[in-house]
Design a protein around this ligand. Structure first.
Ligand code: EPZ
Length: 427
């Protein structure tokens, strides 16, 4: 596994461009299975998870054409193997997103049950319950979800918990179901909205997009289309924290400012000056910390439009060097504080009480060898390394490649001292 070696102390400055959103492109790629016509997807980020999803579609029988400008043509006319094998699903939980589309399109599907992961058990019971309400016969056998349905029918579904991929799976399945489906307590994340807009471009009939109550009128079939994936708000938020934690000033082009409110408010509270401008693909956001040390900010994670859990680890790094004491409350996942032990190895003063972490900001952190445990934890350790004295080496950094496109190139472009090293066994 490779390592990222970071020497702290540089204030970041300059401009970068945001990549397409991982958590939007994954359901959108799965949704192409709903039609037998070709879809062209633009602004696809070059991420390990995207490669995995493309492998999955390819081995089902779809044919893919990838060009160098991050545009992908997907022709799912011949789906011969509606199956997601354990070998791929275990590397990417989001593979569960092919279940709804395969069931709706082919009438049967076999998808490996995604196990838990580092941040929590992450069950998919609400996905299965919703599909059963729509008429699917589902059994779990030998670690696989085996689902069948002549034709799914509309249903009134109330989700006991707000689940992003659960909402997405049921939304996709409902677009081809007989009659009308309502999904109450639906997730309202911007990536769910982006998926819904893609489905509309395919001819789906969806009302209530962006609200917690979705109404879908099923169609006999959907058509191919061309669609541009939204920018990645979590990547943007992560780079804004990188500028804030180093006292720097950066501009991110191709932003999605209208869905960054919770993050912007917290960065302003921490003492950053933030400006936004431009429209659509020309939108931009600028953060200037003017060399100041951040103020500690309390964080409480919640489903959108609350503060995103995917930015919690990054703000722990910022609070670790902030002026004052902060309380971080993680409400979505039961084990999403693993980055804290690694930050403590760098000198952070942190105590954990259940789903709350109390962080007493320190003037500086000391560079140290640390190990990533999950995608956003690895980002948090890189951010801490940018601010720490001396060198930080982040091990198991393959996690970061799942969700950040060319992170060391983008950070180097902003003035960071960061390079990827092969580990001993690779050298
Ligand atoms: C999506 O995961 C994201 N992944 C996650 O991003 C993100 O952290 C999460 O939503 C919350 O915003 C993708 O979109 C690919 P959930 P998802 O279902 O859908 C419980 C990242 O870093 N739950 O919204 O798997 C579950 O245990 C990743 O990019 C059930 O109980 O999350 C959790 O406590 C990490 N039963 C809560 O709901 C179910 O059937 C929210 O999970 C489904 C979920």
């Amino acid at each position: 596994m490779s390592i990222l070696a970071i020497t702290g102390g540089q204030r970041l400055s300059g401009e970068i461009r945001a990549s397409g959103a991982k958590n939007a492109v994954l359901p959108i790629l799965a949704a192409t299975l709903l039609s037998d016509q070709t879809c062209t997807i633009e602004n696809v980020p070059h991420l390990h998870d995207v490669t995995t999803m493309l492998q999955l579609l390819g081995q089902m029988g779809a044919s893919l054409t990838v060009d160098e400008k991050q545009t992908i043509d997907i022709d799912p006319a011949t789906i011969t193997h509606p199956k997601a094998p354990y070998e791929l699903v275990k590397t990417m939980r989001a593979s569960i997103l092919v279940l709804g589309p395969l069931l709706a399109r082919c009438g049967h599907a076999e998808v490996s049950l995604p196990g838990g992961c580092a941040i929590g058990s992450r069950p998919v019971d609400l996905h299965l319950k919703g599909l059963e309400a729509m008429g699917a016969d589902i059994e779990v056998d030998n670690g696989y979800i085996k689902a069948r349905a002549q034709r799914l029918h509309g249903a009134h579904i109330f989700l006991d918990k707000v689940t992003v991929t659960g909402t997405e799976n049921l939304l996709m399945a409902a677009t081809l179901a007989e009659g009308q489906t309502t999904i109450e307590n639906a997730a309202m994340e911007p990536e769910v909205v982006d998926l819904a807009h893609f489905l509309q471009a395919m001819g789906a009939e969806i009302e209530g997009i962006g609200s917690s109550s979705l109404t879908i009128t099923g169609k006999p079939e959907l058509r191919g289309c061309r669609y541009r994936v939204m920018p990645d708000r979590i990547e943007i938020g992560t780079f804004l924290v990188a500028a804030a934690i180093t006292g720097g000033s950066i501009r991110i082009n191709g932003s999605c400012n209208e869905v960054l409110e919770a993050i912007i408010i917290k960065l302003a509270e921490a003492g950053a000056t933030i400006e936004t401008g431009g429209q659509n693909e020309d939108a931009w956001i600028q953060l200037d910390m003017q060399g100041r040390r951040p103020q500690a900010v309390d964080i409480v994670t919640a489903p959108y439009p609350g503060f995103p859990t995917d930015m919690q680890a990054q703000f722990c790094a910022l609070n670790a060097v902030a002026n004052g004491v902060s309380v971080i409350t993680e409400n979505l996942f039961e084990n999403r504080f693993m980055h804290l032990n690694e930050l403590a190895r760098m000198g952070a003063d942190i105590s954990i009480e259940g789903n709350r972490a109390i962080i007493k900001g320190r003037d500086t952190l000391k560079g140290a060898p640390v190990t990533a445990t999950d995608l956003r934890a690895s980002a948090s350790l890189v951010l801490a390394g940018l601010a720490a004295e001396g060198q930080t080496r982040v091990f198991d950094v393959h996690y970061i490649d799942r969700g950040y496109e060319c992170i060391e190139e983008k950070l180097s472009h902003l003035g960071a001292t960061i390079q990827r090293q092969a580990t001993a066994e690779q050298a």
